[in-house]
Design a protein around this ligand. Sequence first.
Ligand code: AMP
Ligand code: MG
Length: 320
Amino acid sequence: MLITTDVTKAVKAIASGHLCAIPTETVYGLGADATNPNAISRVFVAKGRPTDHPLIVHVANVTAAYEWVSELPEWATVLTHAVWPGPLTIVAKRTALATDQITGGQETVAVRVPKHPLTLDLLNQLNVLGIIGLVAPSANTFGHVSPTNANHVEHDLGEYLSAHEDLILDGGQCAVGLESTIVLATGDQPIILRPGSLTASGIEEITGVKVITNNNESPRVSGSLASHYAPNAKVIIVDEAELANLEVIKNAGLIALAAIPTLRYTYRIGSPRTSVEFARELYSTLRNADDLDLKVVYVVPPPGSGLAQAILDRINRAAN
Ligand code: AMP
Ligand code: MG
């Protein structure tokens, strides 16, 4: 069976060099032993991912994270202790464990402790076996919408994973639904490389240090490609006022906060009540649009800063 809820089976699969998709609070990752070059190679093949795109190493706890990181500013130590397990990835100077295959040849490595009971159990059991990290990019085909449940993973990668006796560990729906906030932790100030549910103001509150956003000289972040997270349907961003004047298109869908009325001639495919629900449901809704064979999806982004900005970032990429 491809899909399982049995962590022991997942441990055995990873330890014998197989891949195992893992549930996290953000999105599902395609996990492989981060110390096994053959297994890592297969992650790139399964996803169709360019091999110079660096991978995030997922670990059981702060101690395991520091095996991969050689140096960390004081603010980052405070931040990781406060947020992990949680939706934060830090990019920091690497140790020798973090090979070029993982970092895309960069001197930095990306690490995080995911918050999901099954995956934390898996990571802890692997630790006991001496496997102190899993590389785990999002478990979708490269460029497609990230998976937020086990069926999404099966849809994109099921054929490949079944053929190779790999697994999908089913931990239900992802609680956050957007990828982690990536923070560069090599200098005096945190630099956000990819926005997420952990916001700049949240990081400032925890660390007492001012956050820098939108750094142009940031290291390569594959989730930062202009076009990413894209469904087949064309995604068009509109505001509430523009909605009323849209031309009538056949097979058009609409995603907007529940308070915004449905436009005639559109299928209402998403009506989240809050930004939190918006983030949680966005990727499933975009996948539904393709299942319904919609040609266009109008999206009215939620207003505000913080999480709303992270949502807008993903909708922009889906629209490109
Ligand atoms: P995903 O492919 O969805 O798992 O996204 C993982 C993200 O972490 C990608 O955007 C990677 O490029 C980013 N990442 C991993 N390692 C590094 C690194 N050393 N420097 C900068 N970004 C990284
Ligand atoms: Mg991805």
